[in-house]
Design a protein around this ligand. Sequence first.
Ligand code: ADP
Ligand code: MG
Length: 235
Amino acid sequence: MEDKNKEPIIVTRNLTKIYRTSKTRLKALSSVDIDVMPGEFVAIVGTSGSGKSTLLSLLAGLEPPSAGRIAIKGRGIHRMSENQLVDFRLKHTGFVFQSFNLFEVLTAQENAAYPLMAQGVKREERMERANELLTQLGLGGHLDHKPGELSGGQQQRVSIARAIITDPDIVFADEPTGNLDSDTADQIIRILKDISDRKNTTVLMVTHDMERAAYADRVIYIEDGRIVDLEEGKK
Ligand code: ADP
Ligand code: MG
C-alpha cells in the first residue's frame, strides 16, 4: 500500500509521560516507539486509563513529553516553543474530540470555518469553504444551525469539517464515536476512513471499540502506557 521510499510522517522514540502531583507519580506512557506512514489510518486501542488520550495529546503537541522524541514531518516537536507549536498545530493538524467541543453560540458554518480565521483567510472565503465542506458531509441544509440544534452525529460532522478545513496532514480523533449510537458511529468512522483514502490525510483515532478499529489500516494496542503486540506478546 505505501511507497517504500516514503518517510514516516510521525516518529516517536522512547516517548514517556509522567504526571506528578505533590504525593504521586504516575507513568501514563512508557518508552513508546511508533512510526506512522503518510496517509495511514491508525486506530489506537486500549482500556480506559491505558494512556490513549495522553499519547494523542503528546503527538498533537498539546502537552509536552517527560522524556523521548516526537518527530512530525521530520521536525522535532518536543523541542518547539509554545508559539512554534501553536503555528505547527494550525498548519499541520486537526483534532476531533469525543464531546465535539463546538462553540455553542456559533453556527455550524462558523464553527467549521473557525480555524481559517487564525490562518488569516477572509470571511467570505472562510464561509464559502465551510459551506462546501459541510455540504460534502451532508450538512448543506444545516449551515445556520447552532450545535444545540443538531444531533450528536451532525455535531461530530461539523467538528470533522472544522478539523479538516485547513487541509491538515494529520487528523487526531479521541474517541470520536464515544457519544454516538452504533449506526451514527459507523458513519463517522467511514468519513474518517474516506478522508484518509481520498485526501491521503493521516488519521490517528483512539477507540476502545474493536469493531470500530477494524476500519483502520493498522491497530496499535496500548496497555498501562506501553505498546503491546497481541501476536508476539508484550514487547
Ligand atoms: P485513556 O485515554 O486511555 O483513558 P489517559 O491517557 O487519559 O487514558 O490516562 C492515562 C493515565 O494517566 C490514567 O491513569 C490517568 O488517570 C492519568 N492522567 C491523565 N491525565 C492526567 C493529568 N493531567 N494529571 C494526572 N494524571 C493524569
Ligand atoms: Mg481517553
